[in-house]
Design a binder for this molecule. Structure first.
Ligand SMILES: [Zn+2]
Length: 120
């Protein structure tokens, strides 16, 4: 992060923006957590634990989407035979700017319960 997402001031490296006083620390923490999950996904891959790899890759992707986290999540999806998701992520990699909300994709979101059916 080179600029404050609130006021666009140059970032000084501190957790509080010097201009608008936005607390940027939580953003740093989220990035650090995402990096930790990426590292755990890589470690799980090295010991052929693909379900664990998938868990950590998904956590990393949901916290902070980087080209690396998208690719690792796509590989984890393939290794876990989640081909719809892998295909979707391959499109995210190819057209990152065209897809505005990949986390809303239907293939890996749980379907919502039918509230009308539950009323009776
Ligand atoms: Zn600011």
């Amino acid at each position: 992060m080179k600029r404050c997402p609130t006021c666009n001031a140059k970032h000084s490296g501190k957790r509080i923006c010097h201009r608008c006083k936005t607390d940027l620390g939580q953003l740093f923490d989220i990035k650090a957590m995402a990096a930790a999950h990426t590292a755990k996904a890589n470690a799980a891959y090295k010991v052929d634990n693909f379900s664990r790899m998938f868990y950590h890759a998904r956590r990393s992707y949901s916290l902070c989407q980087t080209p690396e986290s998208i690719k690792i999540f796509a590989c984890a999806a393939l290794l876990n035979k989640k081909f719809d998701l892998a295909f979707f992520l391959s499109n995210v990699i190819r057209n990152e700017d065209k897809i505005t909300s990949p986390t809303m994709h239907h293939s890996f979101r749980p379907s919502l319960p039918d509230l009308k059916a539950q009323k009776s």
